[in-house]
Design a protein around this ligand. Structure first.
Ligand SMILES: [Zn+2]
Length: 586
């Protein structure tokens, strides 16, 4: 009898769950505005406090300490106003990356020298040094990129050849290797390809994280070629490359691509890496514990974005036609999947703008037409990630929460691996969107933070008042933040310095420059400087001496208990349904 009851209960749970998913599937991604749903959680997660108009009243907090207070000094005790359960669930935020640039490795002089790459599958804090391609020193006229698919060997040959032929506008480097030893190439396209331009933003496109979403890989290659070829004739592209460094990673999953098949529009063959892991479920997650073993591709990616402060980013996928934006995940457990509820960031207005801008600059995405009957349709061609379907361990949430990069996900085509004959159409539809999107890195506020002697201050905790998503300055004291037109207040805090805040306005299509100076706090007891003051005078900071030795080992910090309240059965079901959705879409 007991067994019968158990089977009946289990059947009912499964039935209800599947039914709810089916309802969501049919409904598609209906977005219901729910402003700042998770703001308190993010504030706690990032060590934030309630916005204060009086910075001086904030108690000092050790910014550099290995604690939860990386972001903003919290009001009150170090525990702040965090709910105990939240404290237990929230992983510590690693320090943000310095504005490390590949000038440390990548100079014209060592262009022909290929340094070694060390990426292991295990979690390691050892720095990964991007290698420089052994490009030939005698440039030749590059052949135009054909509208076909390029396997790893062909892609590598083209990238090397193209970069060698255009050394003034491109630089090729690898961030590491795939499981099967394929290089994870990145092409920088910029009028300063070898060196970061101080004060100017770095932007990235990352394609083909799912190996069978092959159209994204070819779009990335065509973008490289188009930017370079039109630098001299196209005034906008020239401005873009003069003001921006665009890092394009055409394939984060080259092993998966090799086993995917042209003409396959759906399904999972080639989606995963060579060990069967979905790389876009392999990152530390803001909301939930991610127990997946970290893969070499993921590790290389994390090391990369820890070294370079990217202002703006897009992950390029396929399987749908939509621009999706954070959060991809939600704190609301399994029930979120039933409701199609957005999981909004404090920068929701900015993300919505970025996704809309992409969709509007695409030929048809903005129309929001469903890929086929029964598929979801997306009003205006955009969706909040979690409103579509929540996922754990995605790259875009990681980029935003851990590195302060504004990242969206572009699903480029209904068919993941369309016939090559369709590539010219896809390229013509995406070209303008891909180019215009990069320009958004020049919207908002930017500047330098220095001390009283004009020296750049690294790791200054910055925040736009009312947006509890702190970010930090680079080793050059730079910062960038994309904002829509309006009036804002920026706040800066660093241990041992008097906090500073400043008002500014942002206009359309024009970045506002706000430079800030932080002065040392004076010890009120003896009138002398603090200990930090002394150490600053007598030793160089470690980051100056070893700019690339400082890497957050994020995956080590996933000591977060799994959310309770879900039965193992539901969790398993949820996971399987996520996979189903992932295979159906991007
Ligand atoms: Zn995908």
């Amino acid at each position: 009898m007991k067994t019968a009851v158990w089977y009946t209960s289990t059947f009912l749970v499964i039935f209800i769950y599947l039914y709810c998913y089916l309802v969501q599937f049919i409904r598609g991604a209906e977005i219901r505005p729910q402003l700042h749903l998770h703001q308190p959680l993010l504030r706690n997660r990032l060590g934030g406090a309630q916005p204060s108009s009086h910075m001086a009243s904030l108690p000092p907090v050790i910014v550099g300490a290995p604690s939860h207070h990386l972001g903003w000094p919290s009001a009150g005790s170090s525990a702040g106003n965090q709910h105990p359960s939240l404290q237990r669930h929230l992983p510590p935020l690693p320090p943000p990356p310095p504005a490390s640039v590949f000038s440390d490795y990548l100079t014209p002089g060592n262009m022909a020298v290929s340094s070694s790459i060390s990426v292991s599958s295990s979690v390691s804090s050892a720095p990964v040094h991007p290698s420089v391609t052994a490009a030939p020193l005698t440039p030749a006229t590059p052949k135009p990129l054909d509208f076909g698919y390029h396997n790893y060997d062909n892609m590598t040959a083209w990238l090397k050849h193209f970069s060698a032929s255009n050394p003034d506008l491109t630089a090729l480097y690898s961030i590491g290797k795939s499981v099967q030893g394929r290089e994870l190439w990145v092409m920088v396209v910029s009028s300063s390809p070898f060196q970061h331009m101080k004060g100017k933003p770095d932007v990235k496109y990352v394609a083909n994280i799912h190996g069978n979403e092959a159209v994204s890989r070819e779009m990335a290659l065509h973008l490289i070629e188009h930017l370079v070829k039109n630098y001299r004739e196209d005034a906008y592209i020239r401005w873009l490359l003069d003001q921006t460094r665009i890092h394009i990673l055409p394939s984060l999953n080259p092993d998966g691509f090799e086993v995917a098949r042209e003409g396959t529009c759906t399904g999972g063959q080639g989606r995963y890496n060579a060990r069967g892991f979905d790389l876009n479920r392999n990152f530390p997650d803001y909301f939930k514990q991610n127990t997946k073993r970290v893969q070499p591709e993921t590790e290389a990616y994390k090391e990369w974005i820890a070294k370079i402060q990217f202002t703006l980013s897009a992950g390029l996928h396929a399987g749908a036609l939509v621009a999706s934006y954070p959060f991809d995940n939600t704190p609301n457990s399994v029930y979120q999947a039933f409701a199609s509820t957005p999981s909004q960031t404090p920068d929701d207005d900015v993300f919505h703008h970025l996704a809309t801008l992409y969709a509007r600059n695409h030929a048809t995405m903005y129309q929001g037409v469903a890929c086929k009957p029964g598929s979801p349709s997306f009003p205006n061609g955009t969706t909040n990630g979690a409103a579509w379907y929540p996922l754990t361990g995605g790259a875009q949430d990681y980029s935003y929460v851990w590195t302060g990069t504004m990242e969206i996900t572009v699903e480029m085509a209904c068919c993941k691996y369309p016939p090559a004959s369709e590539l010219p159409v896809h390229w013509s539809e995406h070209r303008q969107a891909l180019i215009r999107f990069v320009g958004e890195a020049h919207r908002g506020v930017r500047g330098f933070v220095t001390d009283g002697n004009g020296r750049p201050l690294e790791n200054v905790a910055m925040k736009i008042k009312g947006r509890d998503a702190p970010f930090q300055t680079t080793k050059h004291g730079e910062y960038w933040r994309i904002l829509l037109p309006g009036y804002y207040r920026i706040e800066a805090y660093k241990e041992g310095y008097e906090p500073v805040e400043d008002d500014f306005s942002v206009t359309d299509h024009h970045a506002t420059q706000v430079n800030l100076t932080l002065f040392k706090q004076v010890d009120s007891k003896n009138g002398f400087g603090t200990l930090d003051d002394v150490s600053n005078y007598y030793s160089l900071s470690a980051s100056d001496e070893q700019p690339n030795k400082r890497h957050p080992s994020i995956s080590n910090k996933q000591d977060v208990p799994h959310p309770t309240g879900l039965s193992g059965l539901l969790i398993t079901l949820r996971s399987q349904m996520d996979n189903l959705f992932a295979n159906l879409f991007g």
